[in-house]
Design a protein around this ligand. Sequence first.
Ligand SMILES: NC(=O)c1ccc[n+]([C@@H]2O[C@H](COP(=O)([O-])OP(=O)(O)OC[C@H]3O[C@@H](n4cnc5c(N)ncnc54)[C@H](OP(=O)(O)O)[C@@H]3O)[C@@H](O)[C@H]2O)c1
Length: 329
Amino acid sequence: MAHFASKTRYDQMKYKRCGKSGLLLPAVSLGLWHNFGSKDDFQTMKEILLRAFDLGITHFDLANNYGPSPGSAESNLKSVMQSELAPYRDELIISTKAGYLMWDGPYGEWGSRKYLMASLNQSLKRMGLDYVDIFYSHRPDPDTPLEETMMALHSAVQQGKALYVGISNYDAEQTTRAVDILEQLGTPCLIHQPRYNMFDRWVENGLLDVLEKRGVGCIPFSPLAQGLLTDRYLNGIPEGSRIASESIFLNKENLDPDTMVKVKALNQHAEQRGQTLAQLALAWILSRKQITSVLIGASSVAQMEANAATVNNLDLSRDELAYIENILV
Ligand SMILES: NC(=O)c1ccc[n+]([C@@H]2O[C@H](COP(=O)([O-])OP(=O)(O)OC[C@H]3O[C@@H](n4cnc5c(N)ncnc54)[C@H](OP(=O)(O)O)[C@@H]3O)[C@@H](O)[C@H]2O)c1
């Protein structure tokens, strides 16, 4: 039976314009990189997605390879869309990406037209959708002409398979060139998806300036540093946490003494503000004028609800920002 969405779903969330486009995105968006694969509990992921929508989180972010197994997050989204959210398709912004390894042979990764077009077709099939709202080049390809990669994004829009296009993990110089090419093609670059959080601030070195100048939106991923910038690891490594269950992208070496001193000081400041560390970390990113939305992950409904509630306490004074800066040095 289709989900009966909450009537109050647009009461709390804030929506921000994506660059100089016509598109508004929720200040908090939900990513399906972890916790939505074939090994994860389907009921939990369904509850996270439905509750997110009921809280005004209208944007779900995917990629061809999200799982594991690769592709399974898209397949799981299809199940939830078809059984629950189909009546609300026009209220949702669904994105996917291509760039990382997806299948064997020379056409299964990077930035060729061959790979991007085939991958988008596969993603649409897996998600059971006619189109995605945003199609991304997931990473720059050093060996494919940027013109070819951008032309493939442009074609996706022309073919009606994507409404908007974006880039992810491109540096400031690559972004400038990509934005120029897309502009010439007549398909503006809507959005950039870089990693950005209190512990990883590379985007402040030029990229945010380019995005602001060119009117491109910005949706940082891993805004909680995969859980480091939360209360998750304040008292060790809990069972079921990302560090306990995998070691590729986050492991116990990330909980070094220097990091934990900062996490504890930030946590104390968050408590003084009457919010959680996760909420402070998200509010800190959203205080940057170039940021459209923060792209969170969540392994439970409670985490997602807490992160969505960030919008109730976004104000950070100059003194507070300076205080945080002192903790982070
Ligand atoms: N473009 C790219 O290259 C790229 C790369 C990475 C990610 N992304 C996108 O960004 C999205 C988010 O990435 P991410 O999952 O690394 O983001 P994140 O928000 O930094 O980390 C999410 C993890 O933090 C923990 N967490 C979240 N909220 C919490 C809370 N309120 N209290 C305590 N712990 C909390 C959970 O860890 P536990 O699992 O331990 O509970 C959760 O799985 C992805 O799903 C994907 O859409 C894009």
